[in-house]
Write a new protein. Structure first.
Lengths: 118, 112
């Protein structure tokens, strides 16, 4: 597709249920990021995948959160036993190094998944 | 710990004036600093990137400066228009990683 696609766009779930959020990055982008944005707040880093390297999971808030990236493309963020404080917009982004400068990139964001835990 | 601050939660200016937004950081040595625009209900959109060895970058009505001594970036929008109203986020990335750390954002309102 032309951009980063996230699904579902909205998800309402009951406290204690598990949820899966999906991200389809731009084809060919080697880096994929997940962020969380609570109402009126900035972006909170969750996890970062780069090529075949081990992901940087340093931002995951608890062991209820996990993510995987299959085949270097699609990523799924899973939240187990959801809590009300998990309610937020979950944003996915992908990036490709700017030509000639491996470490300078811009990130392309999806529209996000708005998760509401009731 | 790393901290990124943006000058204010909200900034109101009159159409035609220059908007200046500030991004300050501590306990960080970024190699790159980026600015993004975010409209309500949408993901951030990349605007400009500036490297640590660059003082200034321009793109149309936008200008970014980066002072690694002051640990500060200024983002200017000249001849502002109501369509420029949005939240603007700064993001920092280190030398060897592409993990962006975002500031809290400044909500800009350009009044007609």
């Amino acid at each position: 597709g032309a951009g980063v696609s996230q699904s579902p766009s909205n998800k309402v779930t009951e406290k204690g249920k598990d949820v899966e959020l999906r991200c389809d990055p731009i084809s060919g982008h080697t880096a994929l990021y997940w962020y969380r944005q609570s109402l009126g707040q900035g972006l909170e880093f969750l996890i970062y995948f780069q090529g075949n390297s081990a992901p940087d999971k340093s931002g995951l808030p608890s062991d209820r959160f996990s993510a995987e990236r299959t085949g270097g493309s699609v990523s799924t963020l899973t939240i187990q036993r959801t809590q009300q404080e998990d309610s937020a917009v979950y944003l996915c982004a992908s990036s490709l190094p700017i030509t000639g400068d491996l470490f300078a990139t811009e990130a392309f964001f999806g529209q996000g998944t708005r998760l509401t835990v009731v | 710990s790393q901290k990124i601050e943006q000058n204010s939660e909200a900034l109101n200016i009159q159409e035609g004036k220059t908007a200046t937004l500030t991004c300050n950081y501590t306990n960080y040595s970024p190699a790159y600093l980026q600015w993004y625009r975010q409209d309500p209900g949408r993901g951030p959109v990349f605007l400009l990137l500036i490297r640590e060895n660059e003082k200034e970058k321009r793109k149309e009505r936008l200008k970014v400066t980066f002072d690694t001594t002051l640990k500060q970036s200024l983002f200017h929008i000249t001849a502002s228009q109501p369509a420029d109203s949005a939240t603007y986020l700064c993001a920092l990335a280190g030398s060897y990683g592409q993990n962006f750390v975002f500031g809290p954002g400044t909500r800009l309102s350009v009044l007609p």
